[in-house]
Ligand binder design. Structure first.
Ligand code: SIN
Ligand code: FE
Length: 295
């Protein structure tokens, strides 16, 4: 099955079937690809398309739509403040763009999603040195946060490639979640007694790490850490064109970013109970394999 479902911008406007199909495709672990939906970057914002310009301390500039806080720029004095404000405006516009898109395309489903952080990803992925295997996103993985327990909640991400030179974002998409879970979960250890309480006490996690988060993090790390798996698992290489938008549940879709720079991204969180097909969510798939509640 092709992991990519292509739909044209606005084709869903008068077509409820397309909207329903879009939700179903997302929940089935497919990537919804809209090749003709770009995001307009304004003339004076094009200065951010310069590698040396952004003094990055991390690989992204990130923005919190609920507070307006911009992070990831090294310099915050003088000209830095102007850049910070300008980038904040760009990211706020992108956050609104993705909210509007989800509301139109996903209908009721979108109304129940929570808006999380927005990011700008200006660094070329190809050849980028990752500090650890765990932080190397060129390796196939499902998304899971080490410090922010999700307790079963979903992670949905919308991306737009705004590369001015027309360079695609290249992804690999791996096997379905059910298959990767079947492969890795039987080999996994359960948490050590007291492990998750200690992580909380030491402020490693922002709240208690649920069993769900334990297993999702192990999946993330074990997938990335298994070089044979990375070499041999069936995958689909996809070119996500400049001027295109795509979205997927990144906690479910096995993905790796291989090349490209200048991508905007918006994260949404959603409750499993609000899914049209909760049984397809990582939480329910893992619970049915492990045979116990994980949250
Ligand atoms: C990732 O979520 O692993 C990276 C996706 C991207 O930046 O293209
Ligand atoms: Fe990821």
């Amino acid at each position: 099955m092709n992991p990519i479902v292509t739909i044209l911008d606005a084709s869903w406007r008068d077509d409820a079937d397309i909207r329903e199909e879009a939700v179903s495709a997302l929940e089935s672990g497919r990537v919804l690809y809209i090749p003709d939906l770009g995001f307009p970057v304004e003339e004076d914002e094009k200065r951010f398309f310069d590698d040396g310009f952004l003094q990055l301390s991390s690989k992204n500039v990130s923005y919190d739509p609920s507070t307006g806080d911009v992070r990831g720029l090294k310099s915050t004095q003088g000209a830095g403040d102007t850049d910070k404000a300008a980038l904040g405006k760009l990211l706020a516009r992108y956050a609104q763009f993705t909210r509007d898109l989800c509301a139109e395309l996903l209908g009721d489903f979108a109304a129940r999603l929570d808006v999380a952080r927005t990011s700008f990803r200006p660094v070329e992925v190809e050849g980028r040195k990752a500090r650890t295997v765990g932080s190397d996103d060129t390796l196939l993985h499902v998304d899971s946060f080490s410090s922010r327990p999700m307790a079963g909640r979903r992670i949905m991400r919308v991306f737009t490639n705004v590369n001015p030179a027309g360079k695609p974002r290249v992804w690999n998409v791996g096997e379905p979640f059910e298959d990767l879970a079947k492969r890795f979960v039987p080999l996994m250890r359960t948490p050590w007694p007291g492990e998750r309480a200690a992580l909380r006490l030491l402020y490693v996690t922002k709240s208690y790490r649920t069993l769900y988060d334990h297993y999702m993090l192990r999946l993330h790390d074990d997938m990335k850490g298994d070089s044979t798996y990375q070499r041999t698992v069936p995958l689909t290489r996809v070119e996500l064109a400049a001027g295109a938008t795509w979205m997927c549940f990144t906690d479910q879709v096995s993905h790796a970013a291989l090349a490209g720079k200048y991508v905007l991204e918006q994260t949404f969180y959603g409750d499993v109970e609000h899914m049209a097909r909760p049984e397809r969510s990582p939480l329910k798939v893992l619970e049915s394999m492990i045979q116990r509640p994980l949250t």
